[in-house]
Design a binder for this molecule. Sequence first.
Ligand code: FUL
Length: 506
Amino acid sequence: MKKFYKITGCALLLSVLMPFNASAQLELKPESLSNPDNEPIEVHPVPHPRQLKWQETEFYAFFHYGMNTYTGLEWGNGDEDRSRFAPTAAPNPRQWLETAKAAGMKGGIAVVKHHDGFCLWPTETTDHNVTNSGNEYGRNTNIPKDFADAARDLGLKYGFYISPWDRNSVHYGTDKYVKDVFLRQCAEIAQYGTDQFEMWFDGANGGNGYYGGRNTTVNVDRATYYDVPNLRDSIHKVCPDCVMWGVGGEARWIGNEAGWAGQTNWSPENRDYAPEGNGMYGSENGWFWLPGESDAKATNMGWFYHDGESPLTSERLFQMYLETVGRNSTLILNIPPNKAGILPEKSVNSLVGMGNLIKARLTDDFAKSAKITVSQERTSGANRNYTAANMTDGNKDTYWATNDGVTEATITLMWDDVKTVRYVELMEYIAKGQRVKKFQIETTQDGESWTRRATNVETTTVGYKRIIPLNGNTANSYGNGYNVKGVRITIQDSKACPLISRVSVY
Ligand code: FUL
């Protein structure tokens, strides 16, 4: 960054009067012209604006629907007779998304092609698509179109899962598959909406399959085979805010598919990370921004619908929310549509129940009525301040900060009357990088003696969002709560001055 130096009038006069050597020793004062708002400098890596918008989606749905819904498989071999895709009613993506909305989700991702290669839209890239399916409901289906239309209508974000691995295609494993099938399919899907927020590219790549009758095993190197730089560039030209997930290299797989992220979870990561290993935690000194997404099932069987399946309880799903969204990850929660192309009522109820728990437990924010003091406020700039009030103004673009070099700080919230509290939520202003490395939370009943809470929790990283149950228990977080007159958060270590955009106490 450029620094401008100001030589004051007095210094100028002295420099004329004094010999050269003496004037050279005059202290030059850094001028603030280059940074009039006294903004803290970034701690790299920082997110791309599209990754920031993506992160704000926080909690969204996953819908696995397709050939497997009718064959009962999880991974179709690619040789399924197309007539087997025969919905018993017109598939209704709007109903899927209405459920997502009622559950408090901000969007959804629909599978439009799984590993079996069967495409849920009319495409010229393969005959293995809905136009050749078993009945009129199937032949008239166009999932990406109906899904995108419904999402826009409901004010939700949307995106699609397109399996790079294709066990139907005779070309899989050759360049022709990448050029004439996969990239063209992605381009077709991009045409269903330039406002997509994520394209999902599965890490399951290659193995045995039908492959147009070759019935063989094809292995590819997923890092190089799919022409990812070209894929990324072409999609971004059409869908500028679309994060290319997984193989696309713009967001990472948390990796356990069980609905939890590491308590310590960095968004920075290294290019050579093993998606199967380190996904839960990221890397403190990772050199590029690769935020985590947790994919998990809301039901007890597969990703696709199976007769006899049951949804997980709303309480269990709420626990997943705390262990993912509450740990600097997004949560993409799968609810399988059934053979009629709708979500079963039991699943809807459980999801809506989860949404109600989130609303009931994480909405009434006591921080808004607290008297908040901080150990230090960063010196204001011309058009920006860094006061404690920025943490409760509901504005994601304002934040509280300390001065440069100050990496320890306290935030104290006090109330005149007793509050029953259970959760503390913190958000960092990650546009300038993820910083906080260690913190702790205490409460007070009398305003004098403080007791540390959540002692069994790794209170290390914060990131985009961290939610700490004060009893330290995500499975049974609600409990009786603590009756307190104050909450104190102490930041004990940070990569640089901490920037906190939100503090909430529920
Ligand atoms: C995995 C796939 O192989 C599963 O079938 C499912 O789609 C899941 C979300 O990702 O890698």
